[in-house]
Design a protein around this ligand. Structure first.
Ligand SMILES: *[C@@H]1O[C@H](CO)[C@@H](O)[C@H](O)[C@H]1NC(C)=O
Length: 209
């Protein structure tokens, strides 16, 4: 009997955690006092509409070497999102621009093509790829934690808007995770079959600058 109850509880817990990413709010809102996701709220009677609006993505950011600029609007830069379980991103692609393979450990993403033509896809845990060219107005979902990527294949700049079911989805870019962290050279050389010269080129390219 007790065993059955425990099994039921475990199943319930898994079900709950499978359907919600961030915890549910217990207040109307909780404008973060600090940007460390510590869930301490500003006195709600001092809140104004400015706490619930954000103007930082009116224009695209500067394109980096991959012809890509993105701005994640999460609770770290928009404290009004704190405890609300969602956030978003604006990403702009120059012609040929690439959003390198990456994943968000804490959120599923839905991306909407605002402008342009974007080859877009993800890979599942069986290494199966799901990818196609999305046109303006189309949407793609990237399941939580799966590696995904995009490239502007049109002949004009492109823009997407992505939304996340977490106030702080996290971003891990595969090249930077692998070559820009301090994983031992010997390990990476063995893992990828690189010579130390090939590896040092990649490390230089993907190290945090
Ligand atoms: C919040 O602000 C209001 C108005 O300024 C004040 O009366 C109230 O005491 C404050 N509450 C807390 C917990 O500081």
């Amino acid at each position: 009997m007790i065993n059955k109850v425990i099994i039921l509880l475990v199943i319930m817990l898994f079900t709950i955690s499978a359907f919600c990413s961030d915890p549910d709010p217990v207040m109307d809102f909780c404008i973060a006092k600090s940007t460390d996701n510590s869930f301490t709220c500003k006195n709600s009677s001092t809140a104004t509409v400015e706490d619930f609006t954000f103007s930082g993505i009116k224009v695209p950011g500067n394109f980096k070497e991959t012809g890509f600029a993105s701005m994640g609007v999460n609770s770290n830069i928009f404290p009004g999102l704190n405890t609300l379980g969602m956030s978003f991103v604006r990403a702009d692609f120059d012609v040929g621009g690439v959003n390198v393979p990456h994943f968000h450990p804490r959120a599923t993403e839905v991306a909407f093509v605002l402008e342009g033509k974007i080859y877009s896809g993800f890979v599942d845990t069986k290494n199966k790829i799901f990818a196609k060219v999305l046109e303006k107005g189309e949407v793609m979902v990237f399941p939580r934690g799966l590696v995904h990527f995009q490239m502007n294949v049109g002949d004009v700049p492109a823009t997407i808007l992505g939304s996340f079911d977490s106030q702080n989805p996290g971003l891990m870019k595969i090249p930077n995770v692998v070559f820009g962290s301090e994983i031992k050279d010997e390990l990476l050389e063995k893992a990828f079959g690189f010579t130390s010269k090939e590896l040092s080129k990649l490390k230089k390219r993907f190290s945090p600058s």
